[in-house]
Write a protein that binds this ligand. Structure first.
Ligand SMILES: Nc1ncnc2c1ncn2[C@@H]1O[C@H](COP(=O)(O)OP(=O)(O)OP(=O)(O)O)[C@@H](O)[C@H]1O
Length: 266
C-alpha cells in the first residue's frame, strides 16, 4: 500500500443505536485499494449494520463515513454505481430467469441491456450455469442462487465489493474459483469487504482481518499479526480468546445433559 494513497473507505467516530441499544461505539477505520477485508465478530456485533450504513441503507448514525473520498451523507449517491453488494439473505426475484434478473441488475448500474446480457451469459457459463440462464430462479438450488448473486454484484466491475457470507452454499470447487476471483480482483486494485463466520476461510483469504466486539474494533491486522498478538494458533482460537469466550465445553455439556434429562414420555 502506498502511504500517500487516499483510503477508499474512511470511517471516523461511527456510533449507531437502534432505539435503546447501542450497536456501534465510535468505530474508526480506513480501507485501501487492493485490500481483502474479513470483517468478523459474534452474532449481533454490528457487522451488517456497518455495511448497511456504508451502502446508504441505514441512516441515523453519528460520525463520518467517506467512500471514494466523499461523505456519503452529502446526498450524492453516485458512489453506489461503483460498489457491488451480496446480502446475507438471498432475496432474488424467483419469478425471473437469471437472464432477466442479471440484465435488469446491469441496467440499474447503468449498463446497456445487450452488454449486461452478453457479460452475464459469459459469467454464468464460467460458473457452470449456462444451461440455467433461461430458467426461472425459483428452480435453482441454494448454491446456484448464490452464484447468481455473486455475478450480479460484480457484473458492472465495481471498485468495492461488499459481501455477507459470500461462499454460503457453494461446493468446494466453486469456493476455490470464487476465492481466486477475489484475489485476482484485489490484485487489480479492487477492494473486497466481506463478513463471514467461517474462520478457516477468513484466515486464508483475507489480507486484513477486523474483529468487531461490543461495538468496537478489538483487533485489526493480518492473520500473522493477530496470531502474534494473541499467541493462539488458529483464527477460531484467536476469535474465542478476544471475544472472551471460553465456555464452549460447559455449554455443550449442559446442553447434552438437558437433552438427556429424560423426555416427558408417557
Ligand atoms: N433494523 C433493526 N432494528 C432494531 N435493531 C436492529 C436492526 N438491525 C439490527 N439490529 C440489532 O443490532 C445489532 C447488530 O445487528 P447486525 O445485524 O448488525 O449484527 P451482525 O454482526 O451482522 O450479526 P450476525 O453475525 O448475526 O449476522 C443486533 O442486536 C440486532 O438485533
Amino acid at each position: 500500500m502506498d502511504s500517500t494513497e487516499e483510503p477508499v473507505i474512511s470511517i471516523a467516530g461511527l456510533w449507531m443505536n437502534y432505539s435503546d441499544r447501542m450497536v456501534l461505539r465510535g468505530i474508526d477505520l480506513e480501507v485501501y485499494r487492493g485490500q481483502i477485508i474479513g470483517y468478523i465478530g459474534p452474532n449481533g456485533a454490528g457487522k451488517s449494520t456497518t455495511v448497511k450504513i456504508m451502502l446508504g441503507l441505514v441512516e441515523g448514525y453519528n460520525g463520518t463515513v467517506r467512500i471514494f473520498g466523499r461523505d456519503i451523507s452529502d446526498g450524492d449517491t453516485a458512489y453506489k454505481r461503483r460498489i457491488g453488494y451480496v446480502p446475507e439473505v438471498a432475496e432474488l426475484y424467483d419469478s425471473l430467469t437469471a437472464r432477466e434478473y442479471l440484465t435488469f441488475t446491469g441496467e440499474l448500474y447503468g449498463m446497456r441491456n445487450t452488454d449486461a446480457d452478453l457479460r452475464a451469459e459469459k459469467l454464468m457459463r464460467l460458473l457452470n450455469l449456462d444451461k440455467a440462464y433461461d430458467m426461472r430462479i425459483a428452480s435453482y438450488s441454494k448454491g446456484m442462487k448464490q452464484k447468481v448473486l455473486l455475478i450480479a454484484s460484480m457484473l458492472h466491475d465495481p471498485d468495492i465489493l461488499f459481501l455477507d457470507e459470500p461462499l454460503s452454499g457453494l461446493d468446494a470447487n466453486s469456493v476455490m474459483v470464487v476465492k481466486e476471483i477475489f484475489a485476482t480482483l484485489a490484485a487489480r486494485g479492487k477492494t473486497i469487504f466481506y463478513s463471514s463466520h467461517i474462520m478457516d476461510v477468513v484466515e486464508k483469504i483475507s489480507s486484513r482481518i477486523i474483529l468487531l466486539d461490543g461495538g468496537d474494533i478489538v483487533a485489526d491486522g493480518t492473520f500473522a499479526q493477530l496470531r502474534e498478538q494473541s499467541r493462539e494458533g488458529s483464527l477460531e482460537e484467536i476469535f474465542n480468546q478476544l471475544t472472551g469466550f471460553d465456555k464452549y465445553r460447559e455449554i455443550a455439556s449442559e446442553f447434552v445433559a438437558v437433552i438427556g434429562e429424560g423426555a416427558p414420555h408417557e
